[in-house]
Design a protein around this ligand. Sequence first.
Ligand code: GLC
Length: 657
Amino acid sequence: MTAMSVVPAQVLDAVDAALSGLGGARRRAFHRRLRRWYPDLAASLARLYPDRADEVAQRAVEVAAVAYAVRPKDLRELDETRILTPDWLQRPSMVGYACYADRFAGTLRGVGERTGYLRELGVTYLHLMPLLLPREGDNDGGYAVADYRTVRPDLGTTEDLAALATQLRGEGISLVLDLVLNHVAREHEWAARARAGEQRYRDYFHIYPDRELPDAYETTLPEVFRDFAPGNFTWDDEVDGWVWTTFNEWQWDVSWANPEVLLEYADIICFLGNLGVEVVRLDAIAFTWKRLGTTCQNQPEVHDITQALRLVARLAAPAMAFKAEAIVGPRDLLPYLGTGRHTGLSSDLAYHNTVMVQAWNILATGDVRLAKHALAALPPTPPAGTWITYLRCHDDIGWAIDDGDAQAVGVNGWMHRRYLADWYAGEFPGSWARGLTFQFNAATGDKRTSGTAASLVGFDAAAELAATTPSDTTGYAAARDQALARLFLANAFVFGWGGLPVIWSGDELGMSNDPHWMDEPGHEDDNRWAHRPRLDWDRAAARADLRTDTGKVFASMVHLAQVRASRPELHAVSDTRVLTDTDDGVLAIARAHPSGPFVGLYNVAADARPVSVELLRRQGITAPFDALSGHAVTWDADGLVWLPPYAARWVVDQPTS
Ligand code: GLC
């Protein structure tokens, strides 16, 4: 087989037709990409749609070619830059920020006016929460999309979005947008046409005439929003059937078993890419393939779907990257970054849910045994991928503690999950956290947690102390200092893991839960809105005042971002290992990067704990130096480094000059 013949003749003809208006150099550039990616694209489609593989592959390539032909010049230059810097998301200079455009700055233009604030924080990656036209009324924070090609009118226009993307790019910030691809709003045109009886569009959904199949599926399906949307199917009179609705009843799951759906989304991805979106967040990707007798999550086909879409993007807009939103157990997580046959062909980013859950776990317990076991058990990260590390995001915290991991350290998984949920809801004796219980499932006892980082680490409890016993100023000061220390510790762990840290809006100012979260229509049942406050710009104005909590929290985030950016050891290409031979209060992680070793030390206990200097030496560190404080690390005559309560250290080898 010659190099040329990897692409069938009819595909080449279709490409020639789509690119006929372009000059020779641009046509040849597309053909080079096609020769590189076609076999992998065709293979994924053949596994998904064996009966229609050739036709679907040809149409997918056409989608890419048409988008390539109209890709704006500045974005084509970006494509070249990214091809030259395939590790751009892995670099330690990357810091993410996620917010709702309206809650952050009113409109898209408003966001454009606030980029100085983001740059001050060191942000290079901005995830704007769903902003494509949602259904009216409750829309799950925009995750019920009625039109993927129109921007929410109160935020601006598609042109405003493209202008913002260009502005951000000029300021070194990549725009990240959601692609909600497991479902559309009931009001989306596809769903409307399905209801109008068009068979083509009925086939875009999972619609059943009676309860037979829904009941069969339900026996193994979990319920995501049990409180306000129980069950996974909704009867719809107009469509005259049971519609698969994993999330809310007005979020209709699309059928990825239908290749037309894949082609629609491929086109939407190219559309977003040509607006200047640099990363698409594949919302709820784990749910996209259904299989009877399973949880209908993490099915192997999900990774072929990702591969096919990823390769369409590589043909049309190689600057684009993909982020998988798969909030799944540790063992199911890794394939989202491309393993086995999908190596290098899947998402570039995925959320490290385990790091997030364990960060909260170690703060609550002051004990790292479970975290050590759970984090050490993770297989190595695929080198082409990178984790999103985060302490909070717009969603609740699901207590994903694996039963096996818990058992291995002598803990009952169910009890521990329950304990964490109660602790963070402020319902466990002695708790300093003030979160809210989200989606209590009486049948399984499962509880999840809402709350901002500040409310969860103890700022609200400290404020309560100040209000109830104003004379106890020492008690208040101590509680507040502990909250600050916990927050810094947790953020240092998240920033020092070696992924791409993303700050959830408001947490950089230490904002508490929004007490009025339920006042907006449609929000009353969903307390995730408690931790989605509107950014308080008056508070932000105090960020330079280091006497305030706001100033301290903000400065600590800036500091973490700056130190991180200066440490080549935190480049995500090298893997993170957990060192298990430590005190029960000390989490130690090691990174072996060609530029030198790095050991992150985190004392999660409220008293001083030791680490042996030998542990650092074994990692190749001869002159231990804490990059966070800028001081040499010292040890006593026994060779023990004593870490103060809640201390975080990023230990590297002292430069010997
Ligand atoms: C994702 C989003 C979440 C949303 C769900 C349904 O998990 O993060 O906010 O409710 O998908 O779209």
